[in-house]
Design a protein around this ligand. Sequence first.
Ligand code: ATP
Length: 220
Amino acid sequence: MGLIVLDVQKLNAFYGPAQALFEVTLQVKAGELVVLQGLNGAGKSTLLKALMGLEVGTEGRIHYQVNPTESGQVDIQRWETHRRAHVGLGYVPEDRRLFAGLTVRENLRVAAGQDARAQEARALDLFPALKTKLKRPATQMSGGEQQMLAIARTLMTGPRVLLLDEPCEGIAPVLVESIRDALLALKRDGLALLVAEQNRLFASRADRVLLLVAGKVRDS
Ligand code: ATP
């Protein structure tokens, strides 16, 4: 495993006056799969949102290795969400937020960076089930296929960190395995993966499992 890509120190998060995360400290390295577990309401979604700068107010430090060839890290804690995405943080929310009126291919192309064709080819290699469905409306696919598309769309931006919120909730076991295997391939490519997921198929392949209890990290 490589460099620490994401180094979170004493992160607090708030919904208005209500505190949801308490001094969360964690690191994710390049090529590492970290699985986040915890009961409903423990703060898993909040942590991923806080890392993306969405919906919650935060205090603390989120150091990110902006450039893989340089040693310096920057604190992105106050950055706007789009700027975090631009430097390589990829996020797939629990509800996936696909573009309902668009086809599978259009959903992918909307997110495309400069190297759209190569990125699309790589994303489709990871999720071959999408290859034959590129012209279908995104909403006519199964839940598992929609999840694959949501991850593939995020990959089109060329992220170095992937933050996934319950990618396998309510998905057929065979598709859970496909998604897990795609994530393991991305890990081998050197992506840093932080995945909120209760499914044991994930935890058993994780480099580390972090347990959140009432907004605090407890090593499991
Ligand atoms: P789940 O598995 O149900 O998604 P979770 O571990 O992701 O649970 P969060 O959704 O992060 O938990 O919730 C953490 C805490 O923050 C809970 O107490 C929840 O009630 C609160 N919370 C979440 N979203 C909001 C919101 N938009 N406004 C106020 N409080 C919120």
